[in-house]
Ligand binder design. Sequence first.
Ligand code: 13P
Length: 250
Amino acid sequence: MRKAIIAGNWKMNKTPAEAAALVNELKPLVADASCDVVVCVPAVDFAAVKEAAAGSNIHLGAQNVHWAASGAFTGELSADMLVAAGVEYVVIGHSERRQYFGETDATVNKRVQAAVAAGLKVILCVGELKEEREAGYTDALVEYQTLIALTGLTNEQVAEVIVAYEPVWAIGTGLTATDEQANETIGVIRKALARKYGQDIADKVRIQYGGSMNPKNVKGLMAQPEIDGGLIGGASLKAPDFSLVVNYDK
Ligand code: 13P
């Protein structure tokens, strides 16, 4: 049995004061969650969230990481810096990074390797564009994105990675993949993992759905056998909404 994991991706939202207020509001609402609860926040909020979340079941995540240990990479953060700031999880390869910041499968792989080496838990994002789904390339694309990103990891390291299947056409659009579409594509990812790493490893990897997941659609999505959690954008920015998603089984 895989433990479900619900993670908020705040994207570029919340000042430190707002971040602390959100976590303080969230803490009692998610205290009895049966899933892992994570918030992936802007780097300027790490300290505020760490302090506000102390002693709670809310875990701190980042939204990106660089592959180098240090050096001339203006604006970037190393895996060791994240660890030192108390970060446990890191989102890598989000479609917004791929679309707007030139992230490629090769750089995603380098970031994954660095994060895993530093002991961070990776949330690896994959997913197709609308045109790619319409052209029938979804399965090939998500398999390729997933396997390339994991290159260089041991089987044991792969088992610890969390994959987030986020169809790009469903992000921030209010359009959600149907429960069946999400389950089917996540099943394709798991089969690809099984072919490459063996069924035992594939059965351990937690695969989330992301893309307009919210209190209304969470139950249906989470009832699907392949879906092990969610990566939540818009609905993670308000404590009542995010807590309803986290408590999908209550
Ligand atoms: P929305 O939930 O706002 O569609 O965002 C999904 C997402 O990109 C999470 O990483």
